[in-house]
Design a protein. Structure first.
Ligand code: SF4
Length: 335
């Protein structure tokens, strides 16, 4: 069965192959990017990147021609900026934008439209077969597909024991179904930017990309001076964070508890996490305050022991670790 998407779908999901097909069929060429009327598209692309690196979802939605071109120019500009943390944060924001539209669409569209989306986005892009229940309110995913994607989610609700499972399928609501592929969407967008090779850029795009790079660079400067005295495990976590890469939950806990233990102010600790691809200041602040014992259970969390960090593959011991049993002891023996 051939499943057709509407133009509205292409506006909301400009990463679909059909959007690229639209550009090819319309005869759009590289030289068109230099037209004066592209100024509005370049402005939208810059706003989309700025929103992404600030951890926000770009909300504007225009006609599909505008959205497809904006998406293309945004990818070009992110590639031209050439900063991996910017790409990572932008890709995650783009995935979140698609996630928002997908959740809405799965809730309100009729069966045929919903089937088209399930087939094109989940099936074609991610090889994930999804079926709906008869009343169309829930979605069924094979247990193996579910486990492959949910195993890195930490929340209790994603544990199999807390799911409705029947006949080898896990049942999910629309938002949960979409959440399953968020990471894959981000990885796909990241991969597309990496795979791009740019010829000489049109002047207007180059100038705007250069300006954005100059504005964003200070956020990602590696603060070597503040890292050298930390134990290697903490230093490694800060370096990963500064590169804008994802840090496992256990490493975030180690980093935050260590910083609290050396009396770093909560504001500065929250600031350390700002390059995380999924950074949300409100949630991060709550979590740090929770670990400090000023929110929630009122229990102050200790820095995990070196033994525990070893079992979590978070230990990067050097000779300076000198048989210590907790990172908080690092440097004390030498003194
Ligand atoms: S030995 Fe302890 S302090 Fe040193 S890197 Fe490993 S976990 Fe960190």
């Amino acid at each position: 069965m051939s499943i057709r998407l509407g133009t509205g779908d292409l506006a909301r999901y400009p990463f679909l192959n059909e959007a690229g097909e639209y550009l090819r069929q319309s005869g759009f060429g590289w030289e068109e990017l230099d037209r004066p009327d592209m100024a509005d598209i370049i402005q939208r692309a810059a706003e989309r990147i700025e929103a992404g690196v600030s951890g926000k979802v770009y909300e504007k939605l225009d006609r599909y021609e505008t959205e497809i071109l904006t998406f293309l120019v945004t990818l070009i500009m992110v590639k031209s900026i050439g900063m991996e943390p910017v790409l990572k944060k932008y890709a995650l924001a783009e995935a979140r934008r698609a996630e928002k539209f997908l959740t809405e669409d799965l809730r309100r569209q009729n069966d045929a439209q919903r089937q088209a989306l399930l087939s094109k986005i989940f099936g074609d892009l991610f090889g994930l077969a999804i079926d709906t229940t008869e009343d169309g309110r829930l979605f069924k995913v094979k247990v193996t597909d579910y486990l492959a994607r949910s195993s890195h989610f930490h929340e209790q609700e994603w544990k199999m024991i807390n799911r409705l499972v029947s006949n080898g399928n896990v049942y999910l609501g629309p938002d949960e179904t979409v959440r399953l592929v968020r990471n894959e969407l981000a990885v796909m967008i990241n991969g597309r930017v990496h795979a791009m090779s740019l010829p000489a850029l049109p002047k207007a795009i180059k100038e705007r990309s250069d300006t954005l790079r100059a504005e964003l660079a200070p956020r990602y400067e590696y603060r070597a001076h503040s890292v050298t005295e930390y134990p290697p495990c903490v230093k490694h976590a800060i370096e990963v964070m500064n590169r804008g890469e994802n840090l496992p939950h256990s490493a975030r806990l180690m980093l935050a508890t260590y910083m609290l233990a050396i009396d770093k102010p909560v504001d500065e600790i929250v600031e350390m996490f700002k390059n995380a691809p999924d950074f949300n200041e409100r949630i991060t602040r709550y979590q740090v305050e929770h670990l400090a014992g000023s929110k929630g259970s009122r229990t102050k969390y200790s820095v995990p022991s070196c033994d525990k960090l070893r079992t979590e593959n978070l230990c990067f011991a050097t000779k300076d670790c000198d048989s210590i049993i907790n990172p908080i002891q690092f440097g004390r023996r030498r003194k």
